[in-house]
Design a protein around this ligand. Structure first.
Ligand code: NDP
Ligand code: 8X3
Length: 251
């Protein structure tokens, strides 16, 4: 029988690539994000091979998350894997000049949104005494970099929550994996720079960043280990990036 995965932020980048790879690995999928048209086109693409349920909601809105999860049809409540991927950076500025709206967006999405969905899905896993929660953190959850302050803080929170969830889930036999990628070329920089595509593209000038499939493959590796093996934490970097602050750019 196919397993079921719920992936947040499946409308682009890492989440979309993970949905495609999980479908290839015969998972039935609950795909989520705000852009309904993108969810529908992914459903059309994957629905020939596996079962797909689209849930369109804003993860920062607690009531929307509660409504979406509480209205899951019974056959979709046996969630084997939760991929907490939805997230974003908004802006890149010093602590003294940062924008409150950017800060709230990052904290509401990366920390509070991740908590809302986990709070609602984890009890279903506890009841079944099985499941796997995969949190997409970042190298920014391990180190800070100039002007990254609040984004880095939000990803440090994800890193801490992965550790905390692992402790709480221990007696229930539920796995928790933290995946921490370095630079990945997705819509991430476009969102960070509020739609400035030239600036977004320049982030990757002179280096070969990770792509979304590279990260999706790491997620597949983690969720396909045998029952007695858990990948606790995986830091995945482009070869041209040694740390949050050090990249080797070709001239
Ligand atoms: P993308 O911008 O391509 O994807 C982000 C996804 O998050 C989209 O599907 C988006 O869906 C969803 N999302 C954002 N805000 C909300 C919201 N309020 N409600 C619901 N869904 C939301 O970026 P990535 O694929 O790169 O990012 C995925 C994760 O990986 C993030 O957590 C990011 O922090 C992390 N990461 C990214 C790295 C990178 O360099 N790209 C490196 C390390 C970690 P929609 O807009 O449809 O709502
Ligand atoms: C995204 C990667 O280096 O911009 O988490 O923080 S980085």
């Amino acid at each position: 029988m196919n397993k079921t995965a719920l992936i947040t932020g499946a409308t682009s980048g890492i989440g979309e690539a993970t949905a495609i790879l999980m479908a290839e690995n015969n998972y039935n999928l609950i795909i989520t994000g705000r852009r309904t048209a993108k969810l529908k086109s992914l459903e059309k693409k994957l629905g020939k091979k596996i079962k797909v349920l689209c849930l369109s909601f804003d993860i920062t809105k607690k009531a929307e998350v509660e409504k979406a999860i509480s209205s899951l049809p019974k056959e979709w409540t046996a969630i084997d894997v939760l991929v907490n991927n939805a997230g974003l950076a908004s802006g890149l500025d010093s602590i003294q000049n940062g924008d409150f709206e950017d800060w709230e967006k990052m904290i509401d999405t990366n920390v509070k949104g991740l908590l809302y969905i986990t709070r609602l899905v984890a009890p279903m896993m506890v009841k079944r005494k099985k499941g796997h929660i995969v949190n997409i953190s970042s190298v920014a959850g391990k180190e800070v970099y100039p002007l990254g302050n609040v984004y880095c803080a939000s990803k440090h929170a994800v890193d801490a929550l992965s550790k905390a969830m692992r402790v709480d889930m221990l007696e229930h036999g539920i796995k928790v994996t933290n995946i921490a990628p370095g630079m990945v070329e997705t819509e991430f920089s476009l969102v960070r720079f509020h739609g400035d595509s030239k600036r977004a593209k320049s982030v990757y000038d002179g280096i070969t960043p990770l792509n979304a499939v590279d990260v999706a493959e790491a997620i597949i590796f983690a969720v396909t280990r045998p029952p007695h093996v858990n990948v606790n934490d995986l830091l995945l970097m482009p070869t041209a990036q040694a740390s949050a602050t050090q990249t080797h750019k070709k001239k």
